[in-house]
Design a protein around this ligand. Structure first.
Ligand SMILES: C[S@@+](CC[C@H](N)C(=O)[O-])C[C@H]1O[C@@H](n2cnc3c(N)ncnc32)[C@H](O)[C@@H]1O
Length: 248
């Protein structure tokens, strides 16, 4: 099956070097995840494996990346072959032998690529099946308060356009425009009520919602005014929930 992401592995890999990722996104994910010591982590929608490698380097005992894009998984496996950190990758669905074996599922910008409510539910089900008792699902979503045109995200390396009013499944066009990159993908907006309802139906507790923040280094290096527009109107939010019925 082809995917809009098959040719974008280098774009997402290179995006990792942008200020947005190094000073805001990665530190925000780090704060949300907390101590990874000894954890088994599934990186759902791993793309080129940036976060799969990152969690392994930051204490995870085991890290597996899962993605439906052959281009992304091919790139991730090539990275691991060139510079092994001890991660592995799965193309397609979660294999039976990995069901219930993870402590944490991380999903960075994957739920926004569900094109239907059924796909959104399937992604949440995959996260729930992957987790053992007490397992957490931490995921980055398009912010429910996102309003196209509220600010320009171009200084942060991307542009977002969408037709208002936004509702469940509304297309959101993401143009990655940084360094020499100029590539476009289509994401979907999902309302907070639908996201919470779908996570609960898949067996999770009601998620905690956390807005991103900038690292101290990010403020020192680039100045508070540079970040102001983004922090006033963040396009993403982090949710954190636990498999219901599990000990926390
Ligand atoms: C925006 S990219 C993010 C990649 C990576 N998480 C990152 O932040 O660098 C979204 C990824 O989700 C993957 N994806 C979309 N739907 C998926 C699904 N149902 N199961 C697994 N991966 C999926 C895409 O192939 C793509 O690689």
């Amino acid at each position: 099956m082809t995917s809009q992401f098959d040719t974008l592995s280098a774009t997402y890999e290179d995006f990792t070097a942008t200020r947005f990722r190094t000073c805001l996104e990665i530190p925000s994910v780090r704060r949300a995840l907390g101590d990874l010591g000894g954890a088994a982590v599934l990186d759902l929608g791993c793309g080129p494996g940036v976060y799969t490698r990152w969690v392994r380097r930051h204490g995870a005992a085991r890290a597996t990346g899962l993605d439906v894009s052959g281009g992304m998984i091919g790139h991730a496996r090539a990275q691991e072959a060139a510079d092994p950190v001890g991660v592995d990758y799965v193309l397609g669905a979660l294999p039976d032998h990995l069901v219930g074996t993870f402590d944490l599922v991380l999903g960075v910008y994957v739920l926004p690529y569900a094109t239907t409510h059924a796909e959104l539910r399937q992604l949440c089900d995959t996260a729930a099946h992957a987790l053992g008792p007490g397992g957490r699902f931490v995921t980055l979503l398009i912010h429910p308060g996102f309003r196209p045109g509220a600010v320009s995200y171009a200084p942060y390396g991307f542009r977002l356009t969408a037709r208002e009013p936004l509702g469940d499944g509304s297309p959101v066009t993401l143009n990655l425009c940084f360094q020499s990159h100029d590539e476009t993908v289509t994401a979907r907006f999902w309302t907070r009520a639908t996201l919470e309802g779908t996570l609960r139906a898949a067996g999770f507790t009601c998620p905690r919602w956390t807005d991103p923040t900038v690292s101290e280094e990010g403020v020192a290096e680039h100045g508070e005014p540079y970040w102001r527009d983004y922090l006033t109107h963040p396009h993403m939010v982090i949710t954190d929930c636990v498999k219901a019925g599990s000990s926390t």
